[in-house]
Design a protein around this ligand. Structure first.
Ligand code: IMP
Ligand code: MG
Length: 207
């Protein structure tokens, strides 16, 4: 069922839509710098392919790879959830696949946020079948309370409470990706969205 989005949402000023800033830009940058150093230390002297899962991770990816101060390649994938249900089924469709084989390569998946973990769990299975030398995961945000599958994550930027957050790549109905911080949406931004659709906000059709 498609989410009905009011035209007002598309033009609502940021200050009316955002309740509070959860993570400001300097806080995000400091954490990314630390993670980039750790990642570079781990892979130094080895081949590395960094994969961004579109679209939510693009801003994080752009900052993270500049903090990983060793030579590496990048590639992109896009996925979407199957079905119209309000629950993440764990079955994902590949909208855009990688450009090259990952066989024998050290792969690092870059995610924006891990919620139920179903999407990433499925993606990891698909990529493991392609026999990379290693497969690790870095996510900017983690909502551990909502996890439905056991998902070993190698680097977590920030563990956050179960609020719907936007900004720094993360969207609500494709809006707010360009905010330089991670913010919590005001409840009135959700009003007008039917009860049975609110659950779907936590599991977006296209990441
Ligand atoms: P899951 O881990 O399979 O449940 O889905 C994770 C995906 O849901 C993420 O990649 C995001 O696209 C989306 N998502 C989950 N929580 C949020 C949120 O708080 N804000 C924006 N997108 C979210
Ligand atoms: Mg995503």
């Amino acid at each position: 069922m498609p989410i009905q989005i009011s035209a007002a949402l598309r033009t609502m000023p940021f200050e009316d839509a955002i309740e509070r800033i959860l993570l400001d830009a300097p806080t995000i940058q400091a954490r990314i710098s630390a993670m980039g150093t750790e990642i570079a230390d781990l892979y130094r002297g080895h081949d590395l392919l960094v994969i961004s899962v579109l679209k939510g991770s693009i801003i994080f990816m752009a900052d993270l790879i500049r903090a990983i101060n060793i030579p590496h390649e990048i590639d992109f994938m896009a996925t979407s959830s199957y079905g119209a249900g309000s629950k993440s089924s764990g079955v994902v469709r590949i909208l855009k696949d990688l450009n090259k084989s990952i066989e024998g390569r050290n792969v690092l998946i870059v995610e924006d946020i891990i919620d139920s973990g179903n999407t990433l769990d499925y993606l990891v299975r698909i990529l493991q079948e392609r026999q990379p030398a290693s497969l690790r995961i870095v996510t900017l945000l983690d909502k551990p309370d909502r996890r439905e599958v056991v998902m070993p994550v190698d680097w977590v930027g920030f563990s956050i409470p179960n609020d719907f957050v936007v900004g720094y790549g993360l969207d609500y109905n494709e809006i707010y990706r360009n905010l330089p911080y991670i913010g919590v949406l005001r409840p009135h931004v959700y009003s007008g969205v039917r009860e049975d659709q609110t659950a779907e906000l936590h599991k977006r059709k296209e990441d």
